[in-house]
Design a protein around this ligand. Structure first.
Ligand SMILES: *[C@@H]1O[C@H](CO)[C@@H](O)[C@H](O)[C@H]1NC(C)=O
Ligand SMILES: *[C@@H]1O[C@H](CO)[C@@H](O)[C@H](O)[C@H]1NC(C)=O
Ligand SMILES: *[C@@H]1O[C@H](CO)[C@@H](O)[C@H](O)[C@H]1NC(C)=O
Ligand SMILES: *[C@@H]1O[C@H](CO)[C@@H](O)[C@H](O)[C@H]1NC(C)=O
Ligand SMILES: *[C@@H]1O[C@H](CO)[C@@H](O)[C@H](O)[C@H]1NC(C)=O
Ligand SMILES: *[C@@H]1O[C@H](CO)[C@@H](O)[C@H](O)[C@H]1NC(C)=O
Ligand SMILES: *[C@@H]1O[C@H](CO)[C@@H](O)[C@H](O)[C@H]1NC(C)=O
Ligand SMILES: *[C@@H]1O[C@H](CO)[C@@H](O)[C@H](O)[C@H]1NC(C)=O
Ligand SMILES: *[C@@H]1O[C@H](CO)[C@@H](O)[C@H](O)[C@H]1NC(C)=O
Length: 445
């Protein structure tokens, strides 16, 4: 019994609330989005190649895509851009320009957006024009970068120094919830690849780093987890109101099963803009549910079935990904119908796996649809057990968002006496308290 309690303690330590709400992500500690401004020419008109690199292992930027904003320090205006465009032209009336070629943007705070795929060739630069979508590094490193080139007129500049070096803009933003960006810092300039065969010398390089924090993204999850097992016929559903409460004023819009005609109308709606999400009404009100089923027990292996259900009746999730933490994932032996890569591999820690769809098979999670896979894990006799909820995942993230998990005292338990401890809420608090105590002792020592 002592062993079981220890398993439980470690397990609850894992599950207890996040201690820190800062940008540090234990699953991807180096993950960030880096923006580079490479100056290819510096004069009254500067030519700047801007590139955006997603260095995150599992987070990607989905539609409607990035919207890069900054505030000019002086009176700079953007004469022209290729590979992107600003959302506003702004007020150019105080600026002298050739009437045949008005400036692209005179705003103090321009907001640059990507062009859609398929624009004419003369409007493109390498790595542009993907509608603002950036893949995660793991899923596709070749589409994890975006770029555009702009011509900045700083002839009315105040504050630029004698060499013509522009003053750094401030207040950078990538326009995606959860991200904050640093100020620009100057880094050593190198070469820039401007074509398949050509590099040019860069005169000056600025770098801006943007990082993600779940906390800044908002406290409400967008996915939830449900659990079941072969050894207990209870299906533990997502916690009620995981993503909002049905019929509460703040809840997202939802449709019940008898409103099929409305669903069809929504789908037939205007085709251009990505439709606003409309989900089916459920007790959890999440657009995404991840189900983990402990399916079978073999002598040396065990089998899990994982499925992801999309409750959104109008939107598809292309290039979805799922990240799962479980101590046995380092011994994943066989996986069916998903792609897979382990994420954290420091020393003996190898408990985090990223899964994503196979191209043209299940990389698109359709409206109202689901994707599923089974996996076979090799038992590590020193820690394997079906008791104490050990067989269930510790953390689950869908498209980089952490999912709401059921409370551990509801997990399907082994029948009869194998594990009899009923964990009350009070006990959970006590355990969390002792975790904190242990943690603080570590910090003191
Ligand atoms: C950003 O990511 C790159 C690539 O992983 C890494 O080299 C760099 O140290 C990261 N920067 C920060 C500020 O975390
Ligand atoms: C545009 O800027 C000029 C001077 O820079 C100003 O006189 C004018 O009122 C501005 N127009 C608008 C619509 O803000
Ligand atoms: C991108 O992925 C390919 C193959 O998956 C690999 O060969 C290449 O080194 C990767 N590039 C970077 C910059 O990680
Ligand atoms: C900084 O950017 C935010 C938008 O990201 C904007 O609302 C705010 O006004 C900007 N601040 C300054 C001083 O430009
Ligand atoms: C960026 O610089 C401005 C002043 O130059 C400063 O007020 C601000 O705090 C800095 N922001 C960050 C994120 O360092
Ligand atoms: C989602 O995919 C289905 C099937 O490919 C397609 O008919 C539908 O138009 C897509 N919906 C959106 C919003 O892209
Ligand atoms: C982590 O687990 C995966 C899956 O079993 C394996 O391929 C990989 O080699 C392991 N890495 C380490 C460092 O043990
Ligand atoms: C499970 O994987 C770990 C490393 O991830 C390895 O040390 C251990 O030997 C493996 N156990 C079995 C039973 O293969
Ligand atoms: C199945 O698990 C539930 C939740 O832990 C528990 O209440 C129930 O008694 C279990 N059923 C059996 C047959 O053990």
């Amino acid at each position: 019994m002592a062993m079981e309690r220890l398993v439980l303690l470690i397990f609850l330590c894992y599950l207890s609330p996040r201690f820190a709400a800062d940008a540090y992500d234990p699953v991807d500690p180096l993950g960030n989005i880096t923006i580079i401004w490479d100056f290819l020419g510096i004069d009254t008109t500067s030519t700047v190649m801007v590139s955006i690199h997603n260095y995150q292992l599992y987070r990607h930027i989905e539609r409607p895509g990035w919207r890069l904003g900054w505030t000019w320090a002086g009176h700079e205006i953007i004469g022209d851009v290729t590979g992107a465009e600003t959302t506003e032209q702004g007020n150019c009336s105080g600026v002298h320009f050739d009437p045949r070629k008005p400036p692209h943007c005179c705003d103090k705070r321009p907001v640059m957006v990507d062009l859609p795929p398929g624009v004419p060739y003369d409007k493109q630069v390498a790595n542009c024009c993907r509608g603002g979508v950036l893949s995660s590094l793991t899923q596709s490193n070749s589409t994890a970068t975006a770029a555009f080139q702009m011509y900045v007129n700083n002839f009315e500049r105040d504050g630029g120094n004698a060499d013509g070096v522009p003053v750094k803009p401030t207040n950078f933003s990538i326009g995606v919830p959860g991200y904050t960006c640093s100020n620009a810092t100057q880094v050593p300039a190198t070469r820039s690849k401007v074509g398949p065969q050509r590099h040019v010398q860069v005169l000056l390089t600025w770098q801006i780093t943007c990082s993600y924090s779940q906390f800044r993204d908002g406290p409400s999850p967008s996915c939830c987890v449900s659990l079941s097992s072969f050894y207990n016929n209870t299906i533990v559903g997502c916690p009620q109101c995981s993503c909002g409460c049905p019929r509460s004023p703040s809840a997202p819009q939802c449709l019940s099963d008898d409103e099929q005609s409305k669903i069809q109308a929504l789908r037939d709606g205007d085709g251009d803009d990505p439709p606003a999400p409309v989900i089916r009404c459920t007790e959890h009100m999440c657009p995404i549910r991840v189900h983990w089923h402990v399916k079978q027990n073999y002598r040396e292996y065990w089998r899990v079935k994982a499925s992801i259900t999309n409750y959104d009746v109008v939107s598809n999730y292309s290039d979805w990904n799922l990240v799962v933490r479980h101590p046995n994932l380092g011994n994943l032996t066989q996986l069916f119908s998903f792609n897979y890569q382990p994420l954290i591999q420091y020393g003996t820690i190898n408990d985090t796996a990223m899964f994503w769809g196979i191209v043209n098979y299940n990389d698109m999670l359709l409206q109202d649809g689901n994707v599923q896979s089974e996996m076979i894990l090799k038992k590590d006799p020193s820690e394997f057990t079906f008791s104490g909820g050990w067989a269930f995942p510790r953390r689950v993230y869908f498209n980089g968002h952490e999912c709401a998990m059921p409370s551990p005292d509801q997990y399907p338990s082994l029948p009869n006496a194998a594990w009899d401890v009923r964990v009350s809420a009070v006990q959970r608090w006590l355990v969390t308290g002792s975790c904190l105590l242990l943690l603080s002792m570590f910090l003191v020592v």
